[in-house]
Design a protein around this ligand. Structure first.
Ligand SMILES: Nc1ncnc2c1ncn2[C@@H]1O[C@H](COP(=O)(O)OP(=O)(O)OP(=O)(O)O)[C@@H](O)[C@H]1O
Length: 503
């Protein structure tokens, strides 16, 4: 497979980085202080828009000044442990002539208030350079922002992007018309990574179709347009465009394609071939889910789009498409999309995620809702999910009822601790939790919910157990939880899902 050009052409030297002169001067001055001693500010915070060269700077800097980069992600909960280990190990390693370590902490705008304090302590202790990067500088906790020297990265201009694209075009020895390069640069809105990816796609698909390719990128597609691209011709390239700007995960698209195959082909052997393509897509999706290697999605998408498009002779003219049966249980697609969108919005709001991240996270939540009702209930409370939303994620009425039962007992505990979780999304007021509802016993915790007979004695002993459990919680967990929430409030942030599940 071709190496992605964003990696192949990532500048190795600082002077190859386009239009960030002021930032680079600051960065170099700071690293020179490390080479000769310890600077006043032991950490740097590179702040600026995506694809403007922050990560590239860290690696080019390390290359030129002979550091080994230890890259950590701020949203990884084991990060502090790792930083601590590397900080302690750094000098011992030097003795053996190894490269000195430079710690790179990406996504510093995702650090939790509790983690910020840990990182601030580590910066104080650091004997090695620490560089952090963030898109949203103002969301980096003040405690660590104040300990770092802030270096601002500019949004790259269309000109800068064109210059970088032409460098790649030259190195590849290919021809791409100037107006197409200009169009790609314009659409990238300052993100060189996006522009390089678009250039590679356009070149791979053939320059003659470039305009069409670029136009498709922009328009948000409906599933019906996407199916039209897959089933409407036997052109693999067109079929692959089906997923661009389609607000749907590959597993959902697979369901739609699967449902419609029998209506599109004439011959049984062609139907079989199309099913063969999506069964392979399904294998890749399964592997991606199990291994967490979402790079495999690409192959799944190729199989369910191009693979299906080239399978046999299809009907011509107007094609009517049908929604998958599994989704039809939610009455109609409009309602189902509304539910899905509201879950995505809640994830985006509560977990500070982009839409794409939220869609991926929702997929993970679906698996949790199908398999672990306890964790599902915590997530449901954290996201302030309504009944329909819980049902959508659980994919099954019975499971949804059990999860709802469990959420009642969590709400009760939270209410006792004086915690209220509301997620308000645009145009939709948060679901209020009724007083009486909180007072009710959770259905799922009794065997009645399972359809079994329960004796009075069993009921009583369950109630006693619950009271003991609650008394223990009041004594031990509640003060800890309250302290956490207080701290979070002080930092002006809400508790995170991670904190919430840890409870
Ligand atoms: N100023 C630049 N000069 C040259 N190449 C750049 C520049 N900015 C970005 N690139 C290219 O774009 C790609 C992405 O850049 P990089 O990873 O440095 O972005 P970033 O600022 O760290 O973005 P993010 O915040 O999304 O991580 C790199 O592979 C590099 O080739």
């Amino acid at each position: 497979m071709d190496i992605p050009w964003v990696e192949k052409y990532r500048p190795k030297r600082l002077r190859e980085i386009v239009n960030q002169r002021q930032a680079l001067e600051k960065v170099e001055a700071w690293i020179k202080q490390w080479v000769h001693g310890t600077p006043k500010k032991k950490a740097l915070l590179l702040a600026g828009p995506p694809g403007s060269g922050k990560t590239t700077t860290v690696y080019a800097l390390a290359n030129e000044y002979k550091f080994e980069v230890i890259e950590l992600n701020a949203s990884d909960e084991r990060t502090f442990e790792k930083i601590r280990r590397y900080l302690d190990a750094a000098y011992t390693m030097d003795i053996f002539g190894r490269r000195r370590k430079l710690i790179f902490l990406d996504e510093a705008d995702n650090i939790e208030p509790s983690g910020a304090h840990e990182i601030a302590k580590l910066i104080d202790r650091a004997r090695n350079p620490i560089i952090m990067a963030a898109n949203k500088y103002w969301e980096v906790p003040a405690e660590i922002r104040n300990k770092a020297e802030v270096v601002e990265y500019k949004r790259l201009t269309q000109r800068d992007i064109m210059q970088a694209l032409f460098r790649i075009i030259k190195a590849e020895g290919i021809f791409v018309p100037k107006e197409i390069v200009a169009e790609i640069a314009k659409r990238a809105s300052g993100d060189l990574r996006a522009a390089i990816n678009d250039l590679q796609t356009v070149v791979a698909g053939g320059i003659e179709d470039a305009r069409e390719v670029l136009a498709y990128r922009d328009v948000e597609k409906t599933i019906f347009q996407a199916l039209g691209l897959i089933f409407g011709s036997d052109n693999a390239k067109r079929a692959k465009m089906a997923t661009w700007n389609l607000d749907m995960t590959p597993d959902e698209l697979l369901l739609w394609v699967d449902e419609n195959i029998p209506y599109i082909y004439y011959k049984p052997e062609d139907i079989a071939e199309a099913y063969n393509a999506i069964s392979r897509a399904d294998i890749y999706l399964g592997r991606a889910k199990r291994s967490g290697n979402y790079g495999l999605w690409k192959y799944a998408i190729d199989m369910m789009t191009a693979g299906v498009a080239v399978s046999g002779v299809k009907k011509k003219g107007f094609l009517k498409f049908y929604p998958p049966k599994t989704l039809r249980m939610l009455k109609d697609t409009k309602e189902e999309r509304g539910i899905r969108d509201s879950i995505i919005k809640k994830i985006m709001k509560q977990m500070h995620m982009s839409k794409l991240e939220a869609i991926e996270t929702m997929q993970i939540f679906k698996t949790i809702f199908e398999n672990n009702l306890d964790v599902a209930a915590h997530i449901a409370v954290f996201l302030d999910l309504g009944d329909k939303e819980i049902e959508f994620l659980a994919g099954d009425k019975e499971k949804a009822t059990k999860i709802k039962g469990k959420t009642l007992s969590i709400h009760r505990k939270l209410k006792k601790a004086g915690i209220e979780i509301k997620v308000e999304i645009e145009g939709e007021p948060s679901k209020e939790i009724e007083e009486e509802e909180i007072g009710e016993e959770p259905e799922e915790e009794t065997a009645e919910a399972e359809g079994e007979e329960v004796s009075e004695e069993e009921k009583e002993s369950k109630e006693i157990e619950k009271e003991i459990e609650e008394a223990e919680w009041e004594k031990e967990e509640k003060p800890k939880k309250e302290e956490k929430i207080d701290k979070a409030k002080k930092k002006g942030k809400q508790a995170t899902l991670f904190d919430f599940l840890k409870k």
